[in-house]
Design a protein around this ligand. Structure first.
Ligand code: GLU
Length: 473
């Protein structure tokens, strides 16, 4: 059997949408499963809307998703260039347009020089004189009569009556090809065997099939995947909130969490919901993808992500955490590796994203945390807090066993002194050493922070308290 070749063909007119990432994932999965090739082709023929910045962002997002490609921008390959703008300049599309005109399957249209929308005439002869004189000239495909059928892996046989399809432009007056034309030329020349893409392209497919037929080429296997929808069941768009891969990366979704969630949108791998897509490549069967629209639920994505954060190797989590800190330009902890690992271990239990992990673990890494308002008003400025903090300082100073058991013993003894209720004592200490009222377990927190930091922070909270209470006198 010949090699399986799939492609993802983004237009660089925006950031990578999660729907695009899912399409790329399905193409990638099948290429990898079949030991074939996965290709990226940049469809940048809309000169007004395409930018290099978007192209870079899309490629970076795909890389981050782990969807590596075998041929394409930055990688090259035998069928490049992989940017349609460059292929246009190389004359590739013009050549095939000319062949179609020669066969009588396409024609030129010449437009008025002043009123550029007004057609002057159509012709099968190359209108050399008009081209030289700067008239706008396009090349259009002449839709034949009859019906156009194709087989879709998910939808089965799809049929269009050609009478519902008008002749369409293949080469625009700026010399650039239209999407429907370029996609056929490229998919053929790049020997693409399977085209998996969004359902929004079903209506383009008959035009593409007609072109394949007119050129006498084999037709690839098509699969149109239902679109991702918002809660109102309309296609997921900016109206529903942020939809780009970058957005989810910046709020601290892991690449493996996003890939797992996107795979779940349509592909049922079995009972199991949490998995590493890279370990399920062999199970990917495109024909089992759901043919119904699927709803994007950001809360479920976070939940899936949280599961990954808790079950992955903590060393890997540390790497992801540091990558994310660099990506978001936040302050990097400079604590010793073993300490950092311990912090992540206890903090990951309570969070679902890297951003939440950063926020939750902040007081373990930095001394400049703020005391939460609620801690200050309800605990720190209460009359008992001074005694609690002074006693805590005294008792922790003489503690040598900074294990979880050791810190627990001191906390319980403190609570028994009767200065305030156990809850108040514990919350006062918790708040003093972290600034917050919700943290990992208090005894673990103290044990990890260690003696020196705990004492420093208790003293700092005490002096902050006295400044506050003096001010209010
Ligand atoms: N450039 C097209 C898009 O971004 C590609 C469609 C296709 O895969 O054929 O929608």
């Amino acid at each position: 059997m010949s090699e399986v070749r799939l492609r993802f063909a983004p237009s660089p007119t925006g950031y990578l949408h999660v729907g695009g990432a899912r399409t790329a994932l399905f193409n990638w999965l099948y290429a990898r499963k079949m030991h074939g090739k996965f290709i990226i082709r940049i469809e940048d023929t809309d000169l007004q809307r395409s930018t290099m910045e978007y192209e870079k962002a899309i490629l970076e997002a795909l890389r981050w998703c782990g969807l590596d490609w075998d041929e394409g921008p930055d990688v090259g390959g035998p069928f490049g260039p992989y940017r349609q703008s460059e292929r246009t300049r190389a004359g590739i599309y013009a050549e095939y347009a000319r062949r179609l005109v020669e066969k009588g399957c396409a024609y030129y249209t010449v437009y008025d020089k002043l009123d550029r929308k007004k057609e002057l005439f159509k012709t099968f002869e190359f209108p050399k004189k008009y081209v030289e004189e700067g008239y706008d000239v396009t090349v259009s495909f002449k839709v034949p009569e009859g019906k156009t059928k194709f087989y879709d892996l998910l939808k089965g046989e799809v049929e269009f009556d050609n009478s519902t399809i008008e002749d369409f432009v293949m080469i625009k007056s700026d010399g650039f090809p239209t999407y429907n034309f370029a996609v056929v030329i490229d998919d053929h020349l790049m020997q693409i065997t399977h085209v998996f893409r969004g359902e929004d392209h079903v209506s383009n497919t008959p035009k593409q099939i007609m072109l394949y037929r007119a050129l006498g080429w084999d037709i690839p296997q098509f699969m149109h995947v239902p679109l991702i929808l918002g809660f109102d069941r309309t296609p997921l768009s900016k109206r529903h909130g942020a939809t780009s891969v970058e957005h989810f990366r910046s709020i601290g979704i892991l690449s493996r969490g996003l890939m797992n969630y996107l795979a779940l949108l349509g592909w049922s791998v079995g009972e199991e919901e949490i998995f590493n897509v890279k370990e399920r490549i062999d199970q990917f069967d495109p024909s089992t993808i759901s043919n119904k629209g699927v709803i994007f639920d950001p809360a479920k994505l976070e939940w899936v992500n949280g599961k990954h954060m808790r079950t992955m190797n903590v060393e890997e989590l540390l790497k992801e955490f540091e990558d994310w800190i660099r990506y978001t330009d936040k302050k990097m902890p400079s604590t010793e590796r073993n300490y950092t690992l311990k912090v992540l271990e206890i903090c990951r239990e309570k969070v679902n994203t890297l951003a939440q992990l950063y926020e939750f673990s902040y007081p373990f890494f930095f001394d400049d945390f703020k005391f939460e308002d609620q801690f200050v008003s309800e605990y720190l400025t209460s009359p008992y807090a001074e005694d609690v903090l002074k006693k805590a300082l005294e008792m922790f100073k003489s503690l040598d066993d900074w294990s979880v058991g050791g810190t627990e013993k001191v906390c319980r003894e403190l609570a028994q002194l009767g200065v305030a209720s156990k809850n108040k004592v514990f919350q006062t200490i918790r708040g003093a050493v972290t600034g917050r009222l919700v943290t990992p377990g208090l005894f673990e927190t103290l044990a990890i922070l260690g003696k020196e930091r705990t004492l420093e922070r208790l003293a700092k909270a005490l002096s902050y308290r006295s400044r506050l209470t003096q001010q209010s006198c």
